[in-house]
Design a protein around this ligand. Structure first.
Ligand code: FAD
Length: 397
């Protein structure tokens, strides 16, 4: 947004300030590949400054709260930053400490997240000497960022341990609070087939109450137990603490906004983009990208005092690594669930929706370059921010 707005707003009229407590920007989709040795730290971190154009003030400090009534942001050191327009883009963070027994004595020893660089690197270290046993991938609660990442994780684990020659010694299961592998029925059907072909079991409707570190098992609220030797976990995801301190969030500190305009209901000069928003869309980088075009238009309209014309339709797409050099792709929005077909060009592709193909995998790998070089810098992309039905089949694959 900083890149888009700096290009679109006059420098003598608008100051743009970006506040972030980190110096580093992380390519979070790359965290998934670190446990399996395909990526290292160097592939996923770059300084934030590298992506900012001239004419942006970057403040590297922690935000304490937003005073939405008085139009200022209060930083943890007491500094106040007044604003005319505020965009909240503080993402979602993992909160392993909020589930009993998760951040306990096995944390980053036999219980690992891969949603942080530290967790992904610790798991890589662990896998490099592991001889096999029960590998459990578990999801704590919805919503969490990249809802397909756990499915990708188990598929990549299957391929990794097969190539290592120890797959017969590794029992892989996916424990989820959902009734199946994914949130949408047609994609769930396709992904369930992929998992069962790989001999990966799904344990659905499992809500983790606590993790028993002594007997190494997950315990659900209704008393079910799943034992593990090594546990990969998606901890509870929550919005930033300052959202709670500002009184702007829901019970998980995500900010409710209009699902089409991305504008706050009460404070019309506050907008939210990305994982920080409480929307019925995936928490995914693709969502941030498609939302950004809408938000840019709506901010220009706000400045001109015009009605907000641009509408976000919930468009999201995601490559899903299925292992052995293949990936599937899903493309959907608020109204339409993932369907089979081709993307982005109808009838041509080159990407195939709801199918595991080599070219989809190449797309996923190419994405990192695209992210660093095109997306973050807000360079134009020949793909519409609205989901298109062109190339989609409305019958089940
Ligand atoms: C393992 C994994 C795999 C993924 N795979 C995919 C994928 O294949 N495709 C896809 O589309 N998406 C994927 N995602 C999701 C994607 O990475 C996120 O949806 C996206 O990065 C969200 O962007 P954001 O700008 O909303 O938040 P973030 O990129 O998380 O940025 C939030 C920023 O806010 C800052 N911040 C937070 N609190 C404060 C504070 N108090 N003060 C100051 N600064 C603060 C943080 O430092 C951070 O820089 C994946 C995520 C993970 C973890």
């Amino acid at each position: 947004m900083a890149n888009k707005l700096r290009k679109g707003l006059r420098k003598d009229e608008w100051n743009i300030t970006l506040v972030d407590r980190e110096d580093t920007h992380y390519y979070q989709p790359g965290f998934l590949l670190i446990p399996f040795g395909s990526y290292t730290k160097n592939d996923v971190v770059k300084p934030i400054e590298k992506f900012l154009p001239t004419g942006i003030s970057l403040i590297k400090k922690d935000i304490f709260k937003v005073d939405a009534a008085q139009n200022f942001v209060l930083l943890s050191d007491g500094e106040q930053i007044a604003y005319d327009i505020l965009i909240i883009a503080s993402g979602a963070q993992i909160k392993p400490e909020e589930t009993a027994g998760m951040k306990d004595k096995l944390w980053h020893k036999e219980i690992f997240d891969f949603y942080t660089l530290e967790g992904a690197m610790a798991l890589h270290q662990y896998f490099s000497t592991w001889k096999g046993g029960k590998l459990v991938m578990a999801i704590t609660e919805m919503p969490f960022k990249c809802p397909v990442a756990p499915i990708e994780f188990v598929c990549l684990a299957d391929a990794f341990f097969t190539k290592k020659g120890i797959r017969d010694n590794v029992e892989i299961s996916l424990v989820t609070p959902l009734p199946g592998a994914f949130t949408k029925p047609i994609a769930t059907e396709m992904l369930s087939r992929v998992l069962s072909d790989k001999n990966i079991s799904i344990i659905p409707d499992f809500y983790i109450e606590h993790i028993d570190n002594e007997d190494k098992q997950l315990i659900s609220y209704d008393g079910k137990k799943v034992p593990f030797d090594v546990l990969a976990i998606v901890p509870l995801n929550k919005g930033a603490d300052f959202i709670e301190a500002s009184g702007l969030g829901d019970e998980l500190n995500f900010v409710p906004v209009d699902k089409q305009t991305l504008q706050h209901g009460l404070y019309k000069n506050i907008f939210v983009i990305g994982d920080a928003a409480a929307l019925p869309a995936s928490k995914a980088g693709s969502v941030c990208h498609f939302e950004a075009d809408v938000l840019y238009e709506n901010i220009l309209n706000t400045i001109k005092g015009e009605t907000l014309e641009a509408k976000y339709d919930g468009h999201s797409n995601c490559y899903i690594e299925t292992g052995f050099g293949k990936a599937a792709l899903i493309d959907f929005n608020y109204e339409t669930e993932p369907l089979a077909g081709t993307y982005p060009i109808a009838g041509i592709g080159p990407f195939k929706l709801l199918k595991s193909t080599w070219i989809n995998h190449i797309g996923k790998l190419f994405f990192r370059w695209l992210y660093w070089n095109i997306l973050l810098k807000a360079r134009p992309m020949p793909v519409s921010n609205h989901m298109s039905m062109a190339g989609k089949k409305t019958v089940r694959p």
